[in-house]
Ligand binder design. Structure first.
Ligand SMILES: NC(=O)c1ccc[n+]([C@@H]2O[C@H](COP(=O)([O-])OP(=O)(O)OC[C@H]3O[C@@H](n4cnc5c(N)ncnc54)[C@H](OP(=O)(O)O)[C@@H]3O)[C@@H](O)[C@H]2O)c1
Length: 294
């Protein structure tokens, strides 16, 4: 395929979608839509929008991402993440567009002792994971020209994420020296990944017409506790952080114990541009720590 001219981004006001639109606009014509413009569950409205926009590539970042909320709203989760994604894939098929779909480490059960590679069997343990896997299957059924990028532990300047929560809690505690130590889970491991790195990797996938399933997370796995310590260290916030176990923080959706991903397919193809987790976090904090956590 020739170099794409026009991109359509769904979920353009979400954490990743904001950075996709901003960064890719420097090189492509980009149209962003979110639920206010079109609900991806409304197939007719979606097909009509995609027909009018007529993009070369649809980058599908819209999703119902509240992992705990998905447990109690399973029908909505399956509709948005499963059927909504099928609708996007169908619309792509009608106009011959490529599709990029973001999936998740939650498609795995988290019980493997080494990082997951793309061909490992999926076995989601949560409604969110099942609904995102349903989305993967829909894309594969409907299209030949697609790339599924499995990402994880995403943070960025926009939306809600762990880095912003830690900065807020850390600053509050630093201003109240008698406050309790901050307790953070130390028995779940993954790859924290910056949205801007995901956008750069997505651009490489588009430019090189990569097809299939790709893991696309930062290198190196850490626990949430280690991640929190690195955030406070880089932001120079003096706060006492203590490790705790998952059992001490019960949540409606069970979290995978170890859901690290290995970017095996990107590396084999020579197109992995994801870097070390800490290097990315250093740059993120340098750029944004001052304005976040207020
Ligand atoms: N965040 C992570 O750690 C993570 C990890 C792995 C994979 N992913 C995947 O990466 C992608 C981007 O995630 P993100 O963190 O940017 O999510 P996000 O911040 O929640 O953004 C998703 C966007 O989709 C919109 N949306 C929800 N339902 C919709 C519908 N029915 N029709 C149209 N738009 C709808 C949301 O609007 P509202 O806010 O109004 O609902 C929101 O603006 C998603 O596919 C997600 O599953 C994320």
């Amino acid at each position: 395929m020739a170099r794409p001219g026009k991109l359509l981004v769904t979920g353009c006001r979400g954490q990743l979608g904001c950075d996709l639109v901003r960064m890719l606009s420097a090189r492509y014509e980009v149209e962003g839509v979110d639920i206010e413009e079109v609900d991806i569950c409304n197939r007719d409205a979606l097909v009509s929008l995609v027909n009018t926009c007529h993009p070369d590539v649809v980058i599908h970042a819209a999703a119902y991402t509240d992992v705990d909320g998905c447990e109690t709203n399973s029908e909505l989760a399956m509709n948005v993440n499963g059927e909504g994604t099928r609708n996007v894939a169908k619309a792509c098929r009608e106009i011959g567009a490529r599709m990029i779909y973001y999936s998740t480490d939650y498609v795995f059960n988290g019980r493997k002792d080494s990082p997951y590679v793309e061909n490992d069997p999926t076995s989601p343990q949560t409604v969110y994971g099942k609904s995102k896997l349903a989305g993967e299957q829909a894309v594969q059924e409907m299209l030949k020209d697609y790339a599924i990028l499995r990402i994880a532990w995403v943070y960025g300047r926009h939306g809600k994420n762990f880095v912003k929560t830690m900065l807020k809690l850390g600053k509050e505690r630093a201003e109240a020296p008698d406050s309790e130590p901050l307790r953070v889970v130390d028995d779940q491991f993954g790859n924290p990944t910056w949205t801007e790195d995901i956008v750069r990797q997505t651009e490489v996938v588009i430019e090189n017409n990569l097809r299939g399933i790709y893991h696309a997370t930062s290198e190196r796995e850490v626990s949430w506790f280690q991640f929190a310590r690195d955030i406070f260290d880089l932001a120079r916030i003096e706060v006492t952080v203590e490790p705790c176990t998952t059992g001490e923080f019960p949540r409606p959706a069970p979290r995978p114990r170890r859901s690290s991903l290995e970017n095996a397919h990107l590396k084999a193809a020579g197109f992995n541009v994801m870097r070390d987790y800490r290097e990315a976090l250093v740059e993120f904090m340098k750029q944004y720590a001052g304005e976040l956590g207020k």
